[in-house]
Ligand binder design. Sequence first.
Ligand code: XMP
Length: 518
Amino acid sequence: MTTDTLHQQKILILDYGSQYTQNIARKVRESEVYCEIHPCTWTLKQILEFKPKGIILSGGPASVLAPGAPLCDRGIFESGIPILGICYGMQLITHSLGGKVDPSAHREFGRAELMIREFSHLFDDINNKSIVWMSHGDRISKLPFGLKSTAFTTNSPIAAIEDPLRKIYALQFHPEVVHTAEGKKILENFLFKICKCLRNWKIDSLAEFSLQAIKNQVKKEKVLCGLSGGVDSSVVAVLVHKAIGDHLTCIFIDNGLLRLEERDKVEKTFRDNFHINLDVVDASEQFLNRLKGVTDPEEKRKIIGNVFIEVFEKEAKRLGEDFTFLAQGTLYPDVIESVSFKGPSAVIKSHHNVGGLPEKMHLKLLEPLRELFKDEVRALGRELGMPDEIINRQPFPGPGLAIRILGEVTKERLAILQYADQIILEEVKAAGLYTKIWQAFAVLLPVKTVGVMGDARTYENVIAIRAVNSTDGMTADWVHLPYDLLGKLSNRIINEVQGVNRVVYDISSKPPSTIEWE
Ligand code: XMP
């Protein structure tokens, strides 16, 4: 396959606002078919210009019966393009094609057994009584002309409908969530048996494609990249370096808020192993000076964001080269235009990002990962020969340890947190849990408590352990770390970290808490 054909076969997912829409896209891509998510407000013209091999109408929080409910251009049903409606998508198809949707007395939520009533390609090789995941209020009371019902569950007499002639299919349940046992197979039946897609979204072709795309975009120009040591910017650096070699320069800013020995590790990996032009700036004094006396979390974030931009800009000037592009690790979830039927949401935390940089420095953006989900970025990194230590890294916030030191950030408090954090990392890795947990880290609290060591009274700091599981950072559950591991962590932190005499465990989930404490 040539690199040009990589995007030739696309599935279009029209987003009606379901929390599972990204799951649909990830499942489709796991099946090695490229897809994109676009707003349900797309016009028929936009849809046809996209040239999809198939269209999936996602679920959504609205009711088709409500005034102002999001609809679709009926032209898509006459287009001959295979369509799969999921949940809201199914009600929308019914409503649009003359069937009847009624509010149900009971909202159906949770597992159900799927009973297949009639032959359907969607259910090829699917077992009768397979478990499916339901989450809906409205239900269909009259089928539209030309569509037949192919499956039911105890509470949904119509759980799947189709018109194979017009290639219109719909499911009341969610095939994209893990609780639907054979959901992947059902989606694959749609992709391969109905849309006749080929499996061509493969990571080796993707690497080849990305390298060529970078070369085409950059030509002979110079590229600057802010390297943080996290997965995304690391993969960007290695990928762009592979494409254009020494035309890439990476700047790594040591803001003094990093994990223990982080800077050494980054230098070793990128300069020594990958032979990338790496410019390391020690700006820790500057960051710490500006943070002196600051205790408000939002103020900390703003200061760190501003100092970062100042330092980066100054360093780029000092390098004296004529840079045209700034390479950034923007991922697909950041660029999906979100549809919301709930109105604007409140700012909980102003996440630190370097969004202001390119305009300020008059640089063009190079975002080679903007079509990819995180798991695809990891696969790409592996394909490029990057070590697991980088690829499997847990997320680390831009403002670093500053938002895990409650209250003022000082050198002494940073040292305490770095050691405690290091112990957690070592022990979680030794227990084989590092890659199974979204994040595990230490937080230094702004209180001192009384303790006793030997025969003496102590009055020292408290460390909180935080361990959470999450799929995207938006919601999170606290992890039930084994008691013996918690015991080991507490022993080691109290014995080895000077200035700590108490360890506590954070057992809050998000919401209502957040993952970071600030
Ligand atoms: P919260 O605390 O908002 O965190 O529940 C959700 C996820 O985002 C990370 N996080 C940040 N990442 N800059 C970042 O790059 C930030 O300012 C920031 N704040 C939180 C956090 O570690 C978690 O994974």
